[in-house]
Design a protein around this ligand. Structure first.
Ligand SMILES: NC(=O)c1ccc[n+]([C@@H]2O[C@H](COP(=O)([O-])OP(=O)(O)OC[C@H]3O[C@@H](n4cnc5c(N)ncnc54)[C@H](O)[C@@H]3O)[C@@H](O)[C@H]2O)c1
Length: 434
């Protein structure tokens, strides 16, 4: 099929590349000229394992191209997938400016029947708004569909190629059939397409993210209680995860969820409900607990130093909101590092891939360690924000020699407290005995 994907970010580029990989002709469109220029030069604008190879292969084989010219892309496409950003407004609602601007362009430039698919995460009713917006400028026939994306940054290619499910929201079975066919190469082991109404599809995406975020906040809440009752969240986690109804996934406590999806999607869902006069109490609590979680972690650091971090040297491991991505949007680390800076600490950060994005945010307010050990030289403390694999089994003897003070604040509970105490460290995690 001939496709265009509008918006070439984490979702759009993965979608475009993987759909080209299954034999479609895909034109990826973005308004960011620099991004398109670098993609044309073969540079991937962000870190995503496995993406580089699949983009290069499909460009080389002539099935994938990049442009800023939406008119050109539309004229050659039967299906148009919208994958632009939907960032939060000040009040937490989702900002639809980019989505609606794309809809206007589609109405303006379409020259033939198209299926317009919303892949961006959008509030219920948006796909119908897109239809109305397109209709304002064309009399040509077209259909709309909702097909929210469930990939995870850091495993995006794999998630797209082997989806747990593909949600397709349509108001015409024939359109559902075409989209199922588009995804059929990724479901050869069994049909995992779930065809529902457009509104249910839009809401399913928010519900999934809110549910996952709620599990995290719930475990963080219980982890905080563990500290008060001298229980250990690691033991509680294993104990409850063995219950088949609960399951083992998404039970790890920490300094809260971040990234470009969970925080904004929970807030947008609350905003949708509020607009309809309904109070989504569970989601509100999820959001509040998440905000409090990083504040509590910071309080732990601050109180260890008696409220005075002026001149203290602090090494920081991990800036990205989770491992295997360079995305630092809404990362709890950013809050913690900003706090360290404003309290007068001298901060040296390390992250395996997110340093370029960190430099854009922190500039020269922090130092950048060449290695994770380098970040700890003469440090009074080490703060861990992200559970990168390479931080899991460090050389504690080397670390102890390098550091001036021997305290580790671990926002991801990577280590065995007993072992750390034997190695001579004061070790403060989240909801664990220290
Ligand atoms: N990142 C994820 O893990 C993820 C997962 C599932 C769903 N989503 C959703 O997918 C959508 C996109 O997310 P993302 O992380 O890929 O965003 P992103 O910020 O990485 O990329 C968005 C891209 O859209 C481009 N863009 C903006 N306006 C445009 C326009 N008018 N025309 C063409 N291009 C335009 C931007 O330049 C940018 O390159 C969001 O709604 C997000 O919630 C994201």
């Amino acid at each position: 099929m001939n496709l265009s994907v509008i918006g070439t970010g984490y979702v759009g580029l993965v979608t475009g590349a993987c759909l080209a990989g299954s034999g479609n002709n895909v034109i990826c469109v973005d308004i960011d000229e620099e991004k398109v220029k670098s993609l044309r030069a073969g540079d991937i604008p962000f870190y995503e394992p496995g993406l580089d190879d699949i983009v290069k292969k499909n460009v080389k084989e002539g099935r994938l191209s990049f442009t800023t010219d939406i008119e050109h892309a539309l004229k050659s496409s039967f299906i148009v997938l919208i994958a632009v950003g939907t960032p939060p407004n000040q009040d937490g609602s989702a900002n639809m400016d980019a989505v609606l601007s794309v809809a206007r362009s589609i109405g303006q430039y379409m020259d033939d029947y198209k299926i317009v698919v919303t892949k961006s995460t959008v509030p219920v009713g948006t796909t119908e708004m897109i239809r109305d917006e397109i209709k304002k400028s064309t009399n040509l026939d077209f259909d709309v569909a909702s097909n929210p994306e469930f990939l995870k940054e850091g495993a995006a290619v794999d998630d797209f190629m082997k989806p747990d499910r593909v949600i397709i929201g349509v108001d015409k079975p024939a359109v559902g059939g075409i989209l199922k066919e588009l995804y059929s190469p990724f479901m050869r082991s069994g049909d995992r397409a779930i065809v529902v109404s457009i509104r249910s599809s839009e809401l399913a995406k928010y519900t999934a993210n809110a549910m996952l975020a709620t599990r995290i906040s719930f475990m963080n809440d219980i982890a905080n209680l563990c500290e008060l009752v001298d229980a250990d969240i690691s033991e509680v986690r294993v104990a409850i995860g063995s219950d088949g109804r609960i399951g083992r996934h998404f039970l790890f406590p920490g300094i809260g969820y971040g990234g470009s999806c969970f925080p904004k999607d929970v807030k947008a869902l609350i905003s949708t409900a509020t607009g309809l006069g309904y109070d989504l109490k569970v989601c509100r609590a999820t959001d509040e607990v998440n905000t409090r979680q990083k504040e509590l972690f910071w309080e732990k650091i601050e109180s260890h130093f008696g409220g005075d971090l002026k001149g203290k040297k602090v090494g920081v491991w991990g800036i990205s909101f989770k491992p295997e991505t360079d995305d630092i949007r809404e990362a709890p680390s950013v809050y913690i590092i900003d706090k360290l800076i404003s309290s007068g600490a001298e901060v040296t950060v390390h992250d395996p891939v997110a340093i370029e994005n960190a430099k854009k945010h922190f500039g020269e307010k922090v130092f950048y360690g060449e290695s994770n050990y380098d970040a700890c030289k003469n440090a009074d403390a080490l703060v861990i924000n992200t559970e990168w694999n390479e931080y899991r089994q460090p050389d504690f003897i080397k670390l102890k020699e390098l550091m001036k003070g021997h305290v580790i604040f671990d926002g991801r509970n990577l280590y065995d407290p007993k072992r750390l105490s034997e190695a001579g460290f004061k070790y403060l995690g989240v909801g664990i005995r220290s």
